[in-house]
Ligand binder design. Structure first.
Ligand code: FES
Length: 101
């Protein structure tokens, strides 16, 4: 399956774009030359994440996650947990979620 998440031109140079995704949300951001997408859900109790000060920070209890790897940096999310990245593919100026292709 393939599902468009957003247009590449809409992704900011810093920070992230929050895009709707099948009734949920995903953060989309630039990480060096790469474009990454991850569910807007903390690995503690699923709280929403803010992209600020070079990391993702949970609004509920302050867990912090790396922009590069998605790994938990600090806070109550389990040690070794990692944000839920989406499998993506860029085509015709758009970032697409792909599964099983
Ligand atoms: S839900 Fe994110 S730190 Fe608790």
């Amino acid at each position: 399956m393939k599902h468009e998440i957003c247009k590449i031109v809409d992704i900011p140079q810093t920070g992230s774009l929050i895009a709707p995704f099948f009734g949920r949300e995903v953060h989309v951001w630039r990480c060096g030359e790469r474009i990454r997408a991850a569910a807007n859900a903390c690995l503690h109790f699923g709280g929403p994440l803010d992209c600020k000060d070079g990391a993702f920070v949970c609004q509920w209890h302050g867990a912090k996650f790396s922009l590069e790897s998605g790994e938990r940096l600090e806070g109550p999310a389990p040690k070794g947990s990692r944000l839920m990245f989406l499998s993506t593919h860029i085509e015709d100026g758009a970032l697409n979620y792909v599964w099983g292709e």
